[in-house]
Design a protein around this ligand. Structure first.
Ligand code: ADP
Ligand code: G6P
Length: 467
């Protein structure tokens, strides 16, 4: 049994994720996104307790085999029954709140809030209650509790009631939905969500736009009507940055780009993209933009390869599987259309292998990051930091990181395929000096804000909360 902690970090995905391997044993799996990977070194060495979900059978097995230990912290996992967890994680967190905050709903068809959703919302409430109980059990008097992401919107109010002595900070790694997006949710869910968040001592975001959307929701009477006062909590902006030392270490350990991939690219220029297979990352419009580039600027044919390094995500959701197959078909179609015996225009490669991404960051000529909406996008910062080739960045104006990087990047509207194709053309055709100048600017902007700045901001704000 863990002892009481002065610092507690809470996230759904913990520092370690497992999958079932040979003979049904739990094996370490990939990290699944930026949050858990980035948090781990920040939490280590602070004598903190990290409370996370036990997300799968493999995680349950790993926990009972004592494999959830990470140096420099205590990891505690919360296990819900499988149906409750599936409804809270798949149905509410991923298929509803993620879509809401990223404005991904396909409104003529979905969402459909029916009786099953009522049960799913109850499961989400129950997940938040289980975590509140665990935090209340483990937190010392006046402890700091740093809660990550949309899986735990209700924890603020729950902890305010059970442990008013705690200094609670919530950080949202996604965008926050505009009032019109929250209005799509059942009225009670929207107001419970806002009321839940209002119970935190402070709520943080990666970009001013997401904070503004959050604050705006509290000014909409209909959204807060069921929730009581509608008073917004203290909110702040604190963008995450990469950890320069950790990244340099990863780069130093890199054995370089996969030789098979290197052979395909050869002397050609390299347009890289690196994403979870995730609807908000806008992979398909990125492929269309590359196709339009090859159509409209035929001089690039056979002179450039687009490498899309992707890793699987949320495969229990049908939408994500369908999206993956749409991406694969689009790649095939474009390759059939333009490819030759000696040139494959697009390499789409799926593997949960971060070192492969790090090697590619070092080599690209152009990095394409074109999400329809993204809380921050760490790839847009890690790439320019690690690139050794004066590569350029084509970046969506809808990524949180755009605010910080806009003076070095080619900004695009992610819905505008023609503008994206033109930006790719502009970036590929830069002369050597301008390329180097832009790459220098980007690096300077990236290192201006590190991962530990982000952590220190939260601890400082937590420390300043009156309790
Ligand atoms: P998100 O958190 O939405 O997935 P981000 O761009 O913010 O998007 O973070 C993604 C993180 O995953 C980055 O740190 C990126 O370098 C890392 N990453 C890249 N390739 C892989 C991979 N194959 N497996 C796991 N993580 C990867
Ligand atoms: C984003 C979210 C994180 C999440 C990650 C991976 O970065 O902000 O909270 O952990 O995606 O998603 P997953 O559902 O696999 O944990």
């Amino acid at each position: 049994m863990a002892t009481v902690a002065d610092l507690i970090v809470v996230s759904n995905r913990g520092p370690l994720s497992f999958q079932l391997g040979d003979e049904g044993r739990a094996q370490l799996a990939g990290s699944g996104g930026g949050l858990a990977t980035t948090l781990q070194p920040l939490v280590a060495g602070r004598d903190a307790t990290w409370i996370a979900s036990s997300m799968s059978e493999a995680d349950h097995l790993a926990a009972s085999d004592g494999l959830m230990n990470v140096d420099g912290m205590t990891v505690v996992t919360v296990r819900l029954d499988a149906d409750t967890y599936r409804m809270a994680y798949d149905v509410v967190s991923n298929a509803t709140l993620w879509y809401c905050h990223h404005h991904l709903f396909d409104l003529p068809r979905r969402p459909r809030f029916d009786v099953h959703f009522v049960d799913a919302w109850d499961a989400y409430v129950s997940m938040n209650e289980s975590f509140a109980d665990e935090i209340a059990r483990l937190a010392s008097q006046g402890a700091t509790v740093l809660v990550q992401d949309y899986h735990f919107a209700l924890l603020g109010k729950l902890l305010e009631a059970s442990r008013p002595d705690l200094r609670t900070v919530h950080f949202t790694h996604t965008p926050f939905g505009d009032p019109s997006a929250l209005r799509v949710l059942p009225a009670n869910c929207a107001s419970e969500l806002l009321e839940g968040m209002a119970g935190f001592g402070a709520c943080g975001f990666h970009a001013p736009r997401w904070k503004a959307a959050f604050d705006a929701c509290y000014h909409e009477d209909d959204l807060t009507a069921l929730a009581g006062s509608g008073v917004a909590p203290y909110s702040f902006v604190a963008p995450l940055g990469p950890d320069p030392v950790a990244l340099e270490n990863e780069a130093a350990e890199s054995t370089g780009i996969d030789p098979a991939l290197e052979r395909v690219v050869g002397e050609r220029m390299l347009i890289l993209r690196v994403d979870r297979i995730e609807l908000s990352k806008n992979i398909i419009r990125g492929l269309f933009a590359f196709e339009e580039l090859l159509d409209e600027k035929p001089e690039w044919r056979d002179r450039v390869v687009m490498v899309a390094l992707a890793y699987p995500s949320r495969e229990s959701l049908a939408d994500y599987l369908a999206y993956r197959s749409e991406v694969e078909h689009t790649v095939e179609r474009i390759n059939d259309r333009f490819g030759t015996d000696s040139w494959t225009p697009i390499v789409f490669n799926v593997a949960d292998d971060r070192s492969r991404s790090v090697a590619a960051y070092m080599e690209y000529d152009v990095l394409l990051v074109n999400p329809v909406r993204d809380g921050l996008n760490l790839v847009a910062k890690e790439g320019p930091f690690l690139n050794r080739n004066d590569g350029s960045l084509v970046l969506s104006r809808e990524a949180g990181a755009f605010d910080e990087l806009k003076s070095g990047a080619f900004g695009i509207n992610p819905f505008d395929v023609t503008e994206t194709a033109a930006a790719l053309h502009g970036a590929l055709g830069l002369d050597r000096d301008e390329r180097a100048e832009r790459a220098r600017t980007l690096k300077k902007l990236v290192v201006a804000r590190t991962a530990s700045d982000w952590m220190e901001d939260q601890l400082r704000i937590a420390g300043s909360l009156e309790r």
